[in-house]
Design a protein around this ligand. Structure first.
Ligand SMILES: [Zn+2]
Length: 506
């Protein structure tokens, strides 16, 4: 399948809609990011609009990488076209992008001109641009945009006839914008197909869709499948009013539908954050792909599916693997009253503490009850419940002290149901000796498994650095997991034994 051609308009359409348009150094910085993204064409500005814009176009044309098309905008007037030629014709592949409306409404009420006048002006401008720039640079190209093409359903035959003349006059690319999103995708695509069929394969069809009703991505993606070769997109969907077609959404949607996309998708997330900061346009929470919430799951059913498919290419409830667009954070699991055991399990595990699914089941109703009052709970709030219910569980046993006496002998002091007890024990290390002392005091327990973890970070501020997990055999042969944390590893072991005992003797 043919590859789509990405024409980035962040520095022109995106920039012109900013409350504070970018300075030259900022434009250069973004241009370098576009290089990292590997777009195929960049519209660098509208050189006739100001001296600053002219200089920016000139500088960016100097910076162009190999095979990049550098395009600049001009109305269908000679002085605008001259400014484009002057500012960018030294680029390897410069492109004059000129535009005029052919929409009945716009010609009548905004330009106050007859259709024939507009057609003639457009054809003449393309011819002028073509003669002028191709004399200087034989690689140069001409693009013509039918402003408000989406409003041209009534006079489409006239538009097509005019575009045939424009193509003959030298246009290499015909851009068909849904300038204000008034036309729904399916109707717009039918119009694009008619133009494509009439003009044949010698001219590239381009799309430039605005997002007034939130359908620009759909129109652009479907337009590609209908035969458009060039897709005009803007990073973070910047642009006039509700913005232009979002670059990331189109690139990823095509990728997800089996199209080989010639851009570095893994740069998308980082560049989006940069553009958001530089344009002072926050990425909204629910923004597809790049929003802070775009990969968050809160309901129990969704969390369960997300966790089960976490490492797979296609997730149960996500459109992409986050790494596809360079997002480091995995699917975020947030706990609310709608969440379930999988979320509790995942959040505690992700925080670096061992927990079993059975324990998560036990903790879930407690956490849910808190969440019903407080809304979404942070990791620390869930860990607090884990600490209270699992690590510091209260029961019949209370450790008083455990001391090394001599050789392999230790002395254990503890309370059982408030009654003070003392016992000596010996063994191969403190863990063994403690179990021996308990046996001597009348509480024999067998060890089935033992593990000690180093806690890389003391999340609860308790000063603990080691966690012991001790599995003892219960009264009916079941496993009881005891856990404890302490700075001292031997003490963590003894505390873990008492933790397990307290689960048996409540
Ligand atoms: Zn636009």
């Amino acid at each position: 399948m043919r590859e789509p051609f990405f024409y980035d308009i962040t520095l022109r359409d995106g920039n012109q809609s900013l409350k504070k348009p970018w300075q030259l150094n900022e434009k250069c910085y973004i241009f370098e990011r576009l290089h990292e993204l590997n777009v195929q064409a960049v519209e660098v500005g509208f050189p006739a609009s100001s001296h600053m814009d002219f200089e920016a176009c000139k500088t960016l044309a100097d910076m162009a990488w190999n095979n990049l098309i550098i395009s600049a905008l001009a109305r269908t007037v000679q002085k605008d076209i001259d400014a484009v030629v002057e500012s960018i014709s030294h680029a390897q592949i410069p492109r004059v992008h000129t535009f005029l409306t052919l929409s009945p409404f716009h010609m009548k009420y905004v330009l106050n001109r007859e259709p024939q006048y507009c057609a003639k002006k457009a054809i003449e401008a393309v011819k002028y641009a073509n003669d002028k720039i191709k004399k200087i640079n034989k690689n140069a190209q001409i693009q013509f945009s039918v402003e408000h093409f989406g409003d041209c359903s009534q006079n489409l035959d006239f538009v097509i006839d005019t575009l045939k003349e424009i193509t003959k006059a030298g246009a290499d690319v015909i851009n068909l914008p849904n300038t204000v999103e008034r036309t729904r995708p399916a109707v717009f695509i039918e119009m694009v197909k008619k133009v494509k069929k009439a003009l044949g394969d010698n001219v590239i069809i381009s799309l430039h869709n605005h997002n007034d009703l939130g359908m620009a991505t759909a129109t652009t993606v479907e337009g590609y499948f209908a035969g458009a070769g060039q897709l005009e997109c803007c990073l973070n969907g910047l642009g006039e009013r509700a913005g232009n077609t979002d670059f990331a959404q189109v690139a990823v949607a095509l990728h997800n539908n089996g199209v080989k996309v010639p851009v570095n998708l893994d740069k998308i997330y980082e560049i989006s954050l940069i553009i958001s900061q530089m344009s002072k346009t926050p990425i909204y929470e629910k923004a597809p792909l790049i929003g802070p919430e775009a990969l968050a799951h809160r309901s129990g059913i969704h969390q369960d599916g997300a966790i089960k498919t976490k490492d797979m290419e296609f997730g149960a409830y996500r459109p992409i693997k986050p790494s596809l667009i360079g997002r480091k954070d995995d699917e975020k699991i947030g706990f609310t009253s709608q969440s379930g055991k999988s979320a509790v399990y995942e959040i505690i595990n992700n925080a670096g503490y061992p927990v079993t699914i059975d324990e998560a089941v036990r903790l879930t109703p407690i956490v849910k009850e808190i969440s019903e009052q407080k809304g979404e709970l942070g990791t620390n709030e869930i860990l607090k419940v884990y600490f209270d219910e699992i690590l510091n569980v209260k029961g019949a046993f209370e450790l008083v002290s455990f001391k090394h006496t001599s050789g392999d002998e230790f002395k254990l002091e503890f309370k059982f149901k408030g009654e003070y007890k003392t016992a000596a024990g010996c063994g191969n290390g403190p863990l063994d000796a403690c179990l021996d002392a308990l046996k001597n005091a009348g509480f024999p327990r067998k060890l089935s498994h033992y593990k000690q973890y180093a806690l890389d970070e003391d999340k609860m501020g308790s000063g603990a650095t080691a966690m012991s997990v001790i599995n003892l055999i219960g009264k009916k042969g079941e496993e009881i997991i005891g856990r404890a944390i302490d700075q001292n590893t031997a003490k963590a072991n003894v505390k873990a034994i008492f933790n397990a005992l307290n689960q048996v003797y409540k």
